[in-house]
Design a protein around this ligand. Structure first.
Ligand SMILES: [Zn+2]
Length: 124
């Protein structure tokens, strides 16, 4: 069934398990990670934040495949690749503005890091 926990275990490196993090920023459980596929899929079905994107088994399956990662069950939990905590400044997007070398005001939207990259690119 859709909620079979062992469905992809043959794809795992030996000794590893799948972890299923919630990567939806607007979800109250953003950042939480499940080790049971069935619990993760139930989360997608139950949380209102996922209703619009996780309506069908196929949609839930594609989210599951996109977000899961293989992890060693005997190590402490780690953040998934490319996964930032809600407090991380790189996760916050701002409308920023600054002046370039000629005094022209540049405005754009992005993280603080993206703004620094933007500034540096103009200086070259
Ligand atoms: Zn969620």
């Amino acid at each position: 069934s859709e909620f079979d926990d062992e469905v992809d275990d043959s794809d795992l490196p030996s000794g590893h398990i799948w972890a299923y993090p919630c990567k939806l920023l607007s979800c109250p459980d953003y950042g939480k990670s499940w080790q049971l596929r069935s619990s993760f899929l139930a989360h997608l079905q139950d949380r209102e934040a996922h209703i619009s994107t996780a309506t069908t088994p196929a949609a839930r399956r594609s989210i599951e495949l996109a977000w899961r990662y293989a992890t060693d069950p005997y190590l402490p939990p780690r953040a998934a690749p490319c996964f930032l905590s809600r407090e991380d400044p790189d996760e916050q997007v701002w409308d920023y503005g600054f002046k370039d070398d000629t005094g022209k005001v540049i405005t754009d939207t992005g993280t603080l890091k993206e703004m620094e990259i933007h500034k540096a690119a103009l200086r070259q």
